[in-house]
Design a protein around this ligand. Structure first.
Ligand code: AMP
Ligand code: MG
Length: 328
């Protein structure tokens, strides 16, 4: 079977076609703010402007290759309200036009499912780190339970905010990583783990302050080391508690090599395996929505139009995981 997937919770509008084995096609349009961070209304206007071209391109590919679409999946939440509404409207129209079922997909669950599909991990503790989310999760009794999460802003947001205030353009993550590679020393910054939860807001502010009197590369390095060590600590405890022998890193911040390296070391030290999907499936993409839609569809899930309203605060653990050999 073939599923059409549409992602657009924040900066990336992306449509894709997948079948059981592979990604058949993907087309994206990226919103980059002229200045500052992501503006929800501007991002949704971007998505609306590019919708016909992005979706049309994928439909044209399906027609040219004689592919029949069996369902339309879309990112129902969490995400920015105006962006979600634009995406849901397009997905509903397409499902009606093609006369195929609609599937509302949880964006965070999609990051996890595409990660498992692409990396081969089967039962991991998941480190989900993105521009909007920071969670450590593991599947237990039919749901991805959140073992630890940020109490304020996400790690991606903390790094991007710091980057903007020191004059680096959005998104700052890759630029901070590059500068961190040139550092010579570690500057102590606030390390905030409360129980299993994390806080990044004070760390971001402290890094901004430190940049006024220290070398920027040293501050970038120290910010990464501190934030990532916090994540590794919580992940290790989640693995011990949930008895997971695998860890998997997903979300846009997962592109960071140092974070992957630190998690890999922790896993090896405790005799566990570390999994990292290909980079293109780390950040937001249409394929993750299409793939998750496909496995949901196969387990019998459908989203009637009346239940297709957007869910900006849709939590990962709201989703009942009814697919796959997943319960432990
Ligand atoms: P997502 O919301 O999952 O699409 O991820 C976007 C976030 O990933 C933004 O906050 C980026 O700054 C961050 N990001 C992308 N590449 C890197 C990197 N190499 N290191 C750290 N953060 C990154
Ligand atoms: Mg995301």
């Amino acid at each position: 079977m073939i599923v059409f997937g549409l992602e657009g919770t924040a900066w990336n509008l992306s449509a894709a076609l997948v079948d059981e084995r592979e990604v058949l096609y993907e087309k994206s349009a990226t919103y980059t703010p002229a200045k500052g961070g992501i503006h929800p209304r501007e991002a949704s206007q971007h998505h609306a402007e590019h919708m016909a071209r992005v979706v049309g391109d994928v439909i044209a590919y399906a027609r040219e290759n004689d592919l029949q679409m069996d369902a339309v999946a879309f990112s129902q939440g969490p995400g920015l309200g105006p962006c979600l509404r634009t995406v849901a409207t397009a997905a509903r129209a397409l499902s009606l036009k093609l006369e195929v079922p609609l599937l509302g997909v949880n964006h965070c669950v999609a990051h996890i499912e595409v990660g498992k599909w692409r990396s081969g991990s089967t039962d991991p503790a998941v480190i989900y780190v993105s521009g909007a989310n920071t969670q450590v999760l593991a599947l237990r009794q039919g749901r991805y339970r959140i073992f630890g999460e940020t109490l304020d802003i996400s790690i991606g947001n903390a790094i991007d905010k710091f980057a903007r205030t020191v004059g680096l353009s959005h998104p700052g993550g890759p630029k901070v990583e590059e500068l961190a590679g040139k550092a010579r020393r570690y500057i102590p910054l606030p390390y905030t783990v409360k129980g299993m939860d994390l806080s990044f807001s004070g760390l971001s502010t402290a890094a901004t302050e430190a940049a006024k009197s220290h070398d920027l590369a040293d501050v970038c390095y120290s910010l990464q080391e501190t934030a990532f060590a916090m994540l590794v600590e919580v992940t290790e405890r989640a693995m011990a508690h949930a008895e997971k022998k695998e860890a998997m890193l997903v979300g846009g911040v997962g592109a960071n090599k140092r974070l992957g390296e630190m998690l890999d070391i922790m896993c090896r030290e405790r005799g566990a395996r570390f999994f990292l999907p290909e980079r293109k499936y780390m950040g937001d993409n249409g394929s993750m929505i299409a793939h998750t839609g496909l496995i949901m569809f196969k387990s019998g899930i459908r989203t009637p139009l009346a239940k297709s309203c957007v869910r900006p605060g849709f939590r990962t653990d709201d989703v009942e995981v009814t697919w796959g050999p997943t319960n432990s």
